[in-house]
Design a protein around this ligand. Structure first.
Ligand SMILES: Nc1nc2c(c(=O)[nH]1)N[C@H]1C(S)=C(S)[C@@H](COP(=O)(O)O)O[C@H]1N2
Ligand SMILES: [Mo]
Length: 300
């Protein structure tokens, strides 16, 4: 499928942790070797360095396996991810069950290095592998009346110890407006760091919407429904005052219980300073037009 978006973060931004910590030393050495302009860009822009495999896979939110950040890395291994299929239904020409292998065969995988910002104000930079959601929706054939896309996560209580607790109304549900879903930034991820997605990060297939707070990026998706109504979403159902349908990263609109103006990048070390949060998580040029004329304090 045609590429509609160019990544502003490149492989050069993927900085191994050792290099990240030694960047000054490295820069000094590179200058003499004439490699300064290549490596320099990557290491000097420290805000764009990716997090480590360890950080991305052991500090997770996947409440089906418990509410602790490390619970998913302990318990998600029990989730059976093969065979896997995604039911696509609602306002589509080709409703049905799409096998994961069948989806992979039809899609072109590419790498996307995205900033990832959680509503609790921590952030990471993650190299995802995946394909544009728009390409999957094209396969299903979106009908004219469709205005929203609803997603559901697997609900399998015997493999998911966390669903015993009514923290949210299971299955985990999320939704996007159709134009948000069709935006080329919106991907279905199948991997991180060039490897298949670990279970704790939402294997085998999860949504990634980089300009929205992390909870919109629903994991281990088994169902996608095209509708003409704004779909109910788990966090909005749990607490509508704190979690809106849109959940765009916005430093000017605070969560009712805390400021959203700054964030802490995971792994920055004990003395790492909080950094200012960017409008739409840094993707303003790509997505601001989707919300023209909307009061973002009201549609948070
Ligand atoms: N099914 C499901 N998807 C989910 C969650 C969850 O609890 N269950 N947590 C969300 C939240 S709050 C965040 S911040 C991200 C975390 O993604 P990561 O663990 O891969 O960093 O997943 C989101 N997707
Ligand atoms: Mo989150």
């Amino acid at each position: 499928m045609a590429k509609r978006w160019t990544n502003d973060l490149t492989a050069a931004d993927v900085t191994p942790e050792a290099l990240f910590w030694n960047r000054r030393k490295l820069l000094a050495g590179m200058a003499g070797a004439g490699l300064g302009s290549i490596a320099g860009g990557a290491v000097a822009e420290e805000g764009l360095a990716t997090n480590t495999w360890e950080e991305v896979t052991s500090y997770c939110n996947f409440y089906e396996f418990g509410t602790g950040k490390e619970d998913p890395s302990y318990y998600a291994g029990a989730m059976t991810t093969s065979p896997w299929s995604v039911e696509i239904d609602g306002l589509v020409d080709n409703p049905g069950s799409y096998g994961f292998e069948q989806i992979l065969e039809a899609m072109t995988l590419e790498e996307r290095i995205y900033r990832f910002r959680c509503v609790e104000a921590w952030s990471m930079v993650i190299p995802w592998q995946g394909f544009e959601l728009a390409d999957l929706l094209a396969l299903a054939g979106v009908q004219d009346g469709a205005k929203y896309v609803a997603f559901e996560t697997l609900l399998r209580p015997d493999e998911m110890p966390g669903v015993r607790y009514p923290v949210i109304d299971w299955p985990y549900r999320e939704g996007l407006r159709l134009d948000e879903a069709m935006n080329p930034l919106t991907i279905m991820a199948t991997g991180i760091f060039g490897k298949p997605l670990p279970n704790q990060n939402g294997a085998p297939l999860r949504l990634v919407v980089p300009w929205k707070y992390g909870f919109k990026s629903i994991k281990s998706v088994v169902k996608i429904t095209l509708t003409d109504q704004e779909p109910p979403t788990s966090w909005n159902m749990a607490n509508a005052r704190e979690y809106g349908f849109y959940s765009n990263v916005n430093p000017n609109v605070n969560h009712p219980r805390w400021s959203q103006a700054s964030e802490r990048k995971i792994g920055g070390g004990l003395f790492a300073k909080r950094q200012p949060t960017l409008m739409f998580n840094g993707y303003e040029a790509e997505v601001a037009s989707l919300y023209e004329g909307m009061d973002l304090a009201k549609h948070f």
